[in-house]
Design a protein around this ligand. Structure first.
Ligand code: SP5
Ligand code: ZN
Length: 341
C-alpha cells in the first residue's frame, strides 16, 4: 500500500520529558519514524511524500485559538529570552481555574497542555503540521479508490483534543483524517484506536457527534496514562450518545483477552455500518514496549491486521505510539501486510 511520509517529522525532537519525577530522554524520538520507514521499504511498500494541505483542514477538528497557540508558542518562548524545550509547570485544576487563556506564554502553555511529557521545540509546529499532512494525503488516497493507505505520522496525534495537547501529540491526525473522509462524502466513519493508551483526544473531538464512531482498546486508566478518561461508561452525549466505545484492559493482558476485546470492537464497527475506517495504529501493545504493559508478541500484529482488514472497509492507517524502537518497524509492517493493497 502507499505510505505517506514527510522528512519534516525530524524537526520535532523534544529532548526531555518529565517521567516519574525525572527529566528523561523522550521516548517519542525521530528514530521511530526512520525505523518504520526502513522496515516498510524492505517489504516493498510504495513511498509517497505527503502533499501540502490548507490549515483550514486542521480547524475542522481543532479550536482556531489552540492551533494559533501551537503555531506561535516557540517564537513567544524565544521572545522571552528562552530557547530549547518548552514544558509547562502549572495546570488549571478543577476548582482553581476560569476558562481564560493567560496572556503570558507560561500560563498559556499550562492552559493548553495536559501533561509535562510533551515538549514543544522550534520545529514542533512544522513537524506536527507535516504529520497531519501525511494523514490528509492518506485519507485522500482512500477517497480516490485505494482500499487502504498508511500515514507514517510523527509526532503522533490521538491524545490531542479539540483544544489541548499532551501524550506526545499536538494535532489529532486520525481525527483530521476521519473528518477529511466525511468532507469527501463518506457519511459514517469509524475510528478504531489500538494504541496502548486511551485515545482521549479523539474521544473528545467526536464526543457529541453521531457521524463518527470512536472505539478504543487500551490499558485501563485506573493505572495507565492518560488516567482521567478511557473508562467503559464513557459512551458519548447528544447526537454522539452511544457513539463512543471504550474497552479498557488490565496491565499484563495477553492475546486471549486482547482478541476478545478486538472482536467486541470490530462487532461495534460492523453494527455502525461505517463507510470507511481510520485506525489509530499504536504498536505500544507489544510486550517489549518500555512504557506499556500488555503481553502481545510480534507474531500478533499480522493477526491484528488480518482481523481489521476482514472488515472489508476502505481504511486509513495512522501511526500513533510504539516505543520499542528496534521492533517498531517489524510490528507496523506486520499489521500492514494483512491488507492486500
Ligand atoms: C501516542 C502515545 O503513545 N502517547 C503516550 C504518552 C505516554 N506518556 C506518559 C507515559 C507514562 C507511562 N507510565 C510509566 C510506565 C513505566 N513502566
Ligand atoms: Zn500509546
Amino acid at each position: 500500500m502507499r505510505v505517506f511520509h514527510s522528512p519534516l517529522h525530524a524537526r520535532h525532537d523534544g529532548g526531555v520529558e518529565l517521567h516519574r519525577g525525572q527529566l528523561v530522554p523522550c521516548f517519542e524520538m525521530p528514530a521511530r519514524a526512520d525505523y518504520i520507514a526502513r522496515a516498510l521499504r524492505d517489504v516493498g511498500h510504495a513511498f509517497v511524500e505527503a502533499a501540502e494541505h490548507d490549515d483550514s483542514r486542521l480547524a475542522r477538528v481543532h479550536d482556531a485559538a489552540f492551533v494559533d497557540f501551537l503555531r506561535t508558542a516557540h517564537a513567544r518562548w524565544r521572545e522571552e529570552g528562552r530557547d530549547g524545550s518548552m514544558l509547562p509547570s502549572g495546570f488549571p485544576a478543577r476548582s482553581l481555574r476560569r476558562d481564560r487563556v493567560p496572556a503570558g506564554i507560561n500560563g498559556a502553555m499550562g492552559y493548553y497542555a495536559f501533561d509535562a511529557g510533551t515538549p514543544i521545540v522550534g520545529g514542533t509546529w512544522t513537524a506536527a503540521r507535516a504529520s497531519a499532512h501525511c494523514a490528509l494525503s492518506a485519507a485522500e488516497d482512500v477517497l480516490s479508490g485505494s482500499t487502504a493507505a498508511y500515514a507514517l505520522c510523527r509526532p503522533p496525534g490521538h491524545h490531542a483534543a479539540r483544544s489541548a495537547y499532551g501524550g506526545y501529540c499536538f494535532l489529532n491526525n486520525a481525527a483530521i483524517a476521519a473528518q477529511r473522509l466525511r468532507d469527501g462524502g463518506v457519511e459514517r466513519v469509524a475510528v478504531l484506536d489500538v494504541d496502548y493508551h486511551h485515545g482521549n483526544g479523539t474521544q473528545d473531538i467526536f464526543w457529541t457527534r453521531g457521524d463518527v464512531l470512536t472505539v478504543s482498546i487500551h490499558g485501563t486508566p485506573e493505572t495507565e496514562y492518560p488516567w482521567f478518561l478511557g473508562f467503559d461508561d464513557e459512551t458519548g452525549e447528544g447526537d454522539g450518545a452511544g457513539g463512543n466505545l471504550n474497552l479498557p484492559l488490565p496491565r499484563g493482558t495477553d492475546w486471549t483477552a486482547y482478541t476478545a476485546a478486538l472482536e467486541t470492537a470490530l462487532a461495534a464497527i460492523r453494527r455502525f455500518q461505517a463507510g470507511a475506517l481510520v485506525v489509530s495504529l499504536g504498536v505500544d501493545t507489544f510486550e517489549g514496549d518500555p512504557i506499556s504493559a500488555f503481553r502481545l508478541g510480534a507474531d500478533r500484529f499480522p493477526q491484528i491486521g488480518a482481523r481489521i482488514a476482514a472488515l472489508g472497509l476502505p481504511t486509513v492507517l495512522v501511526q500513533e505510539g510504539g516505543y520499542a524502537v528496534a521492533e517498531i518497524g517489524l510490528n507496523v509492517a506486520g499489521v500492514l501486510g494483512a491488507f492486500t493493497e
